[in-house]
Design a binder for this molecule. Structure first.
Ligand code: UDP
Ligand code: MG
Length: 338
């Protein structure tokens, strides 16, 4: 530690900032910093590690305080409760005042050494350098398959191109960070947003490691919600598709009506057809409820957006200025409550 490190504690601008969302990761803080800090010292003149404590219920904050006491380049923003990883990333981008920001997980699944390659690409002029996971061996076959399917569906429905295997582990230069800060949406699907902003991008392959300690925080239920959020914030196709389905069913109904009309005219009134009626009533009922459900999903999201609640609430800041003065355009929806 030297004098300039002390200055960084006040939140001065740094060359490289690393944003790490953490939720019950007490056991991973020290091992992560032990591997990360030497890499950062090699690639940048000044750096800061900003943990976003996403309402952890374990001793994550104690571990962060201890790390900050040992090295003031370790900073943190602590949420008032769990807001989810996507929101934590948004808060990280709001609070990391740096020429370039790196986003990574706390569980060492994202090897810190890859950052050297990220920084090299950045110095070559790339602005949006993303890690591409090679081998998802650390995950169950079901999750791997579901992820693959998701990318396929997204590619068909989404209006944004999403590189498969690219996630949150990436480097964003200041221009990208400012672009992402400007997005006020609450339903945040970061993967999509990174692709949406564009800028000079490139991928760097990396091998996913085993989780250092603890378990994945994402259940299948949470992942399903996440996938739906992603699709719905980047595609209106699920809304439009009902126009086509409705048209096809209507055409079919008109043809049937014409057939019955002719049959009645030729053969007279025919009583059978009970099964046809039941099946078509049930089918149409099902289709209508399904389309209403899709409408509901979108309306629910519109409702969440129009309420314009703050995106997150900050309970405590460590090693950062009290007011986010480092943020040239503070998000009107980021509020400090304590
Ligand atoms: N995380 C978070 N809030 C949450 C869930 C997860 O900040 O609600 C953090 C978590 O602490 C970790 C990162 O997001 O640093 C990735 O989570 P995890 O390793 O559980 O996800 P996976 O690797 O299984 O996708
Ligand atoms: Mg993980």
């Amino acid at each position: 530690m030297n004098a300039s490190d002390g200055k960084l504690a006040s939140g001065a601008q740094v060359e490289l900032a690393v944003v790490v969302p953490v939720y019950n990761e007490a056991a991973n803080i020290a091992p992560l910093l032990a591997r990360l800090t030497p890499v950062l010292e090699r690639v940048a003149a000044t750096h800061r590690v900003v943990f976003i404590n996403d309402g952890s219920r374990d001793s994550t904050m104690d571990a962060i305080h201890a790390a900050n006491a040992a090295d003031p380049r370790v900073a943190a923003v602590s949420f008032s409760r769990n807001f989810g990883k996507e929101i934590a990333i948004a808060a990280g981008l709001d609070n990391a005042d740096a020429d370039a920001v790196i986003i990574m997980d706390a569980d060492l699944q994202h090897p810190p050494e890859t950052i050297e390659a990220f920084a090299a690409k950045w110095r070559e002029g790339y602005q949006n350098v993303y890690g591409v996971r090679t081998g998802r061996d650390t995950e169950s076959a079901i999750r791997r398959m579901a992820a693959h399917r998701f990318y396929r569906v997204f590619a068909t429905l989404g209006e944004t191109e999403l590189p498969e295997g690219a996630g949150d582990f990436r480097l964003l230069d200041r221009q990208c960070v400012l672009a992402l800060r400007a997005m006020g949406e609450r339903a945040r699907f970061s993967k999509g947003l990174y692709a949406w902003i564009g800028f000079k991008s490139t991928g760097i392959p990396y091998v996913v490691e085993e989780r250092a300690s603890g378990e994945s925080k994402f259940s299948y239920r949470k992942l399903t919600r996440f996938a739906l959020d992603g699709l719905m914030s980047f595609s209106t196709m699920p809304l439009m598709v009902w126009t086509y389905i409705g048209t096809i069913i209507s055409i079919f109904a008109i043809l049937m009506a014409m057939r019955f009309l002719l049959e009645t005219a030729i053969y007279g009134i025919d009583v059978p057809g009970f099964a046809t009626i039941i099946v078509s009533v049930m089918f149409l009922g099902g289709v209508q409820l399904l389309s209403l459900g899709v409408l509901g999903e979108y309306i629910g999201r519109i409702f969440a957006e129009v309420k314009r609640r703050p995106l997150y609430l900050v309970g405590e800041r460590v090693g950062l200025p009290d007011d986010p003065t480092c943020d040239p355009a503070p998000r009107s929806h980021a509020r400090r409550v304590a």
